[in-house]
Design a binder for this molecule. Sequence first.
Ligand code: FAD
Length: 468
Amino acid sequence: MSISSSLLESLSQCVGRANVLVDAHDVAPFVQDWRGAFRGSAQAVVLPASTEEVATVVRACRSAGVPIVPQGGNTGMCGGAIPDASGSAIVVSLRRMNRVLDVDPVNDTMTVEAGCILQRLQDAAASAGRLFPLSLAAEGSCQIGGNLSTNAGGVNVLRYGNARNLVLGLEVVLPDGSIWNGLRALRKDNRGYDLKHLFIGAEGTLGIITKAVLALFPRPEARVCAWLGLPRPDASLAILERLRTTCADALVAYELIGRSCIDLVLDHVSDARDPMPQRHPWYALLDLAASDEQALRAVLESVLVDASERERLDDAVIAQSVAQAQQLWRLREGIPEATRAEGPALRSDISVAVSDVARFIDRASAGVQSAMPGARIVCFGHVGDGNLHFNVLPPAAPQPAADWAKPLYRILYDVVDALHGSFSAEHGIGQAKRSELRCYKSGVEIAMMEALKRAFDPMSLMNPGKIL
Ligand SMILES: Cc1cc2nc3c(=O)[nH]c(=O)nc-3n(C[C@H](O)[C@H](O)[C@H](O)COP(=O)(O)OP(=O)(O)OC[C@H]3O[C@@H](n4cnc5c(N)ncnc54)[C@H](O)[C@@H]3O)c2cc1C
């Protein structure tokens, strides 16, 4: 569908003709995701440079009855930032709204535009001697507006929480084109409903986030990283519990990694090497951060000795340098890339209570193996948050995941549901998991979500076909 001359004229007047992309070649990168899993079509891509421009674009689209798809760094996993195939939508990319507006070290806050790349915000905080702790492997490309709209997690949730926990205020352009200025830098404010939380994790269906006030933290001076070889998943939970008791909030990250993940990484990631001489069925990778490195190491060593005596720990490596810690993290971060190299896979992003993690792994593994004998289970994730990527590779030669994965997803998600967990811990719903949402959320929850959507966006023009 090509854009009408009147809409092209209004959008061009607002953002400048050079910032309205209509040529198929220019539009192409905005209508497919980075994995090539979702492809759509759009009348145009618009690149506003200010909140007022976003509001004018939204009003122009609303007058023309044209749907809008907000887009950040386009690193999402569920196709939330990709328009449908009809070609009726306009993609609004926030990439030109990329200024850090203010860093306030006394209030420990930073006010930023939504199109700032996450890594740039980490750097801006570091320049002021502070920490912005949101951290994920896509941080060089994803934008803070996308992070907030997906309520991103990442590796530091254990200590600092999800993206939601790092926001004090928001500015949002609503579906009718009005601007909500909720850019407050307050840690206490109980004047009625806390509206910012409606937009966090809403995947652009209730409005376009244009600015945010983010919380900053002291920068820990010392970091200690360790790689543990474990006999069973429940051993990782016992060590986690002990670490939390003895180290309090010095424990920043705690990841569980199955041996099959390491085999894949060693096969497919060129600079990877096994940190231990012997194979172990499971591993944990952990980061501790505080001001006193010697004290951290001493506490960690005492926990590990105790775990070893209780037969919960087979082996441990404590990184002796930053480079060695990076090598250990490279093993963890290489798992998605190594899994992709093996061909089509079932990929999941589930969460259960931390105390149910081992139970989930047992039940899900048994269910998958009985439905598909010989399937390779590639299980890893942020176990400290109860969040696992329980992925499956078929035993036979690669064939499209759609052909064999659907019944396995059902088995997996039924196990999650029976444990009162979530089939989407971090990545959201987008266009990929709408049927699961209807299947596993209660009718009451769906009705409340639909009522909210209708109240904010009665014409259903703001990222239609996503979530609901
Ligand atoms: C290698 C890799 C590792 C990853 N690791 C993690 C991880 O550990 N944890 C995790 O949570 N995610 C992870 N992700 C997923 C992804 O990076 C996050 O979902 C990220 O928060 C998306 O940000 P984005 O800017 O790319 O958003 P996009 O993909 O552009 O958009 C995501 C959703 O947000 C909406 N949106 C974007 N910007 C705005 C805005 N300004 N206002 C309103 N709506 C908006 C879009 O419409 C879409 O629905 C990973 C992705 C990759 C590629």
